[in-house]
Design a protein around this ligand. Structure first.
Ligand code: FES
Length: 134
């Protein structure tokens, strides 16, 4: 804390007082090469701060990219769509909703490993014929 105090209360004011900033714009023409050399870091810092402020105001905060759900199933396709005939489904079927199954779109139990690793709670969509309680 003392170093912050020293910087803002002692070093910074002393540094700013030592800068050869002219009182008027026309005063810049009277500055020497050494004066411009002393002003360069200060103006560079001011420009950097202004750039950061305007960049934030114009473009907003950088958005955090959301992770993909599908890591490796049919990545060559623009959209993964699966069609099945209802007659082919049988009495019970489990559809994967975690996108980790090696038998996608059917569940192969990979959601258990995913849940254990990530503390997630995803599971399959279970379809069963009426009256079947398994
Ligand atoms: S493997 Fe994906 S929900 Fe079971």
């Amino acid at each position: 804390m003392e170093s912050i105090y020293t910087f803002f209360k002692l070093f910074l004011p002393k540094y700013l007082r030592s800068l050869p900033i002219p009182k008027t714009l026309s005063g810049f023409k009277d500055l020497t090469g050494e004066d411009y050399l002393n002003l360069t870091p200060f103006f560079f810092l001011v420009l950097l701060i202004l750039y950061s402020v305007f960049k934030t105001l114009l473009f907003g905060r950088r958005k955090v990219k959301k992770p993909k759900i599908n890591e490796d199933i049919q990545k060559e396709e623009s959209k993964v769509v699966t069609q099945m005939d209802i007659e082919d489904i049988g009495d019970n079927i489990a559809f994967c909703r975690c996108w980790r199954s090696k038998k996608f779109p059917l569940c192969d139990g990979s959601h258990n490993k995913h849940n254990a690793e990530t503390r997630d709670n995803v599971g399959p969509l279970l379809l069963r014929r009426e009256g079947d309680t398994k």
